[in-house]
Write a protein that binds this ligand. Structure first.
Ligand code: 5GP
Length: 121
């Protein structure tokens, strides 16, 4: 169930400010408030989708294409293509998804290491 009071819904409605880097019919992109890399941008679809599972299940082909084109465009416009970048989407508890509005993280601007690091133990 989508919560219309989640923080990204409020950003989409303009109730909370964001440091915007891109907006089009299908997506909004803005800098993460707690960056984990020199460049750390979030790209979110404009529709009410909780997670990757929800988006991939319910979004229209136009929404899916428009959203992922926007992710690529954002990375290109941020100058990340040449040096390289990483995209990541957390779904659910194991992935520590905090905000229940589907989003893709775009990381870049430095050497990012290989893949993910798991907790020790
Ligand atoms: P998740 O763990 O859900 O994949 O990531 C949520 C991300 O949203 C985190 O990286 C967090 O720093 C970011 N975030 C949470 N609240 C805000 C906010 O109000 N503004 C911005 N720009 N980023 C936020």
């Amino acid at each position: 169930m989508y919560d219309p009071n989640n923080i990204f819904a409020k950003i989409l409605r303009g109730e909370i400010p964001c440091d915007k880097v891109h907006e089009d019919d299908h997506a909004l992109a803005f800098h993460d408030i707690n960056p984990q890399a020199p460049v750390h941008v979030l790209v979110i679809p404009k529709g009410d989708y909780v997670s990757m599972a929800d988006f991939s299940d319910r979004a229209t082909p136009e929404e899916i294409a428009g959203f992922f084109r926007a992710v690529g465009k954002v990375a290109r416009e941020l100058g990340l293509e040449e040096g390289g970048y990483r995209i990541l989407a957390n779904h659910g508890a194991n992935a520590h998804q905090e905000v229940p509005h589907f989003h893709v993280h775009v990381f870049g601007g430095t050497q990012l290491g290989r893949m993910i690091s798991l907790p020790k133990g």
